[in-house]
Design a protein around this ligand. Structure first.
Ligand code: GLY
Length: 442
């Protein structure tokens, strides 16, 4: 059994199988504390002996607890929101009180699970956000629609696999969307309630904080590229790339966020796990930031760009969130605390199936050339492995991630690898695409 600082080796399970969970796996297997790491279900670029070959855990946790007992797992890291919103932490803790869980409880996870719940909290704490009206029927929504300003943001209240938010520049498209949500039920129960929200202008930034119930440690700020095509054209996707650190938030902004957003949230929820704050930064004025959304888990694809910047043992940081007795250096600047991080930058570009996020092919055969730099690595997402060969299974297939002393150096490594990847996959190049402008023209 591995031991570190007198602490026993840990058997860890990561729930999920996308790029975010693979990025967590990539760091956790390097931890001196980790004796064994499983990913359930994982993806084809994760070694087969570490994958749990079962359907992803979503809302039923009985089999999960059986697995934790059978494999003597000490710690579960929950990667994605669905199990958190359905109370996976509460369920595990009620059956196995001594088990370590990374992720908030069901009550706090409503910050992501219900946009109306999040707005209620933001309003109560007077935290800047896009003012909004809640509608519980089409009639109610259409009555209030003409009183709203354009452009208008329409948000389904519940989890909608990243598709529940749309922006409208005229009332007729807003009305059509409301009809689709309430009449055609395009988001199912997630669209039973809808927010009509003021559009916020500025630069988007994703800020992550690791929280242990009373203390929050910030991670480097990331920028996510949500649109499918270069120049932020095309449809909204789960994210086509990211880079970190992103310069949109100044030290003064971060001090404001720590004091006026994170501190009240910690007080109210005793929040444990990763708090993702999606922000709109209006100007350089410290208080000109507004919350776009909260998420109760790491972002994807931002995590792939943030984790390589962290110094130290990422598993220790995740365990710290649940009260595990570890000690590590904490950086402090202007009263804001940070996980130790290194200089330099990380760029991540997503390889996607052409047509994503609409119609796209699955089962595209893929070949990954060796990376020719120690600073470049490949993170899987919608990909499976069969007899040593790789095939796509989803729209976002893999991530090319590189660290560089500067953003430009990291970009050169990523796009240099992608040129070789394109040559190696020339026979199905027309079925693949990626953005060519991630971390460009900042
Ligand atoms: N990249 C956006 C998200 O993870 O929600």
């Amino acid at each position: 059994m591995k031991k570190q600082n007198g602490l026993p080796g840990m058997r860890v399970l990561i729930l999920g199988g996308g790029g975010r969970e693979h990025a967590l796996y990539h760091r956790i297997v390097q931890s001196p504390l980790a004796e064994k790491v499983f990913v359930w279900p994982g993806n084809g670029l994760i070694p087969a002996e570490d994958r749990v070959d079962k359907p992803a855990i979503t809302t039923d946790f009985t089999d999960l607890v059986g697995f934790l007992r059978e494999h003597s797992i000490d710690c579960t890291v929950v990667g994605n929101e669905t199990p958190l919103v359905h109370g996976v932490r509460d369920f595990i803790k009620s059956h196995m009180p001594a088990h370590w869980v990374f992720g908030p409880n069901k009550y706090a996870a409503q910050l992501e699970g219900s946009k109306a719940f999040a707005v209620e909290f933001l309003r109560a704490e007077k935290i800047p956000h896009g003012e909004s009206v809640l509608a519980t029927s089409l009639e109610e929504a259409l009555k209030t629609l003409p009183k709203q300003e354009l452009p208008l943001v329409i948000k389904a209240d519940g989890l909608a696999a990243g598709k529940g938010v749309s922006i409208h520049h005229d009332f007729s498209s807003a009305q059509k969307q409301l009809e689709r949500i309430f009449n055609e039920k395009i988001f199912g129960d997630a669209g039973k309630r809808v927010l009509l929200q003021r559009f916020l202008k500025g630069h988007e930034a994703s800020l992550f904080a690791l929280c242990n119930g009373t203390v929050a440690l910030l991670l480097p700020v990331a920028r996510d590229y949500k649109r499918a095509l270069d120049g932020d054209a095309g449809d909204n996707t789960g994210g086509m790339g990211a880079y970190a650190p992103a310069g949109h938030l100044s030290e003064a902004h971060k001090a404001f966020i720590a004091d006026k957003i994170i501190a009240p949230l910690l007080r109210h929820f005793q929040y444990r796990g990763l708090l993702y704050i999606g922000l709109m930064v209006g100007s350089e004025r410290a208080d000109d930031v507004a919350v776009v959304e909260f998420n109760c888990r790491f972002g994807d694809p931002e995590t792939q760009s943030v984790l390589p910047l962290l110094e130290g043992d990422v598993l220790e940081y995740l365990l710290w969130c649940d009260g595990y007795p570890v000690q590590f250096p904490i950086l402090e600047q202007n009263g804001v605390r940070y996980v130790p991080y290194r200089r330099g930058a990380v760029v991540n570009v997503v390889i996607a199936a052409r047509g994503y996020p609409a119609d796209f092919a699955r089962g595209i055969p893929l070949f990954f050339p060796e990376t020719n730099s120690k600073d470049t690595h490949i993170i899987g997402a919608g990909i499976e492995e069969r007899d040593g060969r790789y095939f796509s299974t989803a729209g976002r297939i893999a991530n090319v991630v590189a660290y560089g002393k500067s953003i430009e150096k990291a970009r050169e490594l990523v796009y240099g690898y992608l040129r070789r990847f394109q040559e190696a996959n020339a026979n199905c190049a027309d079925q693949l695409y990626w953005r060519s402008d991630i971390a460009q023209n900042l």
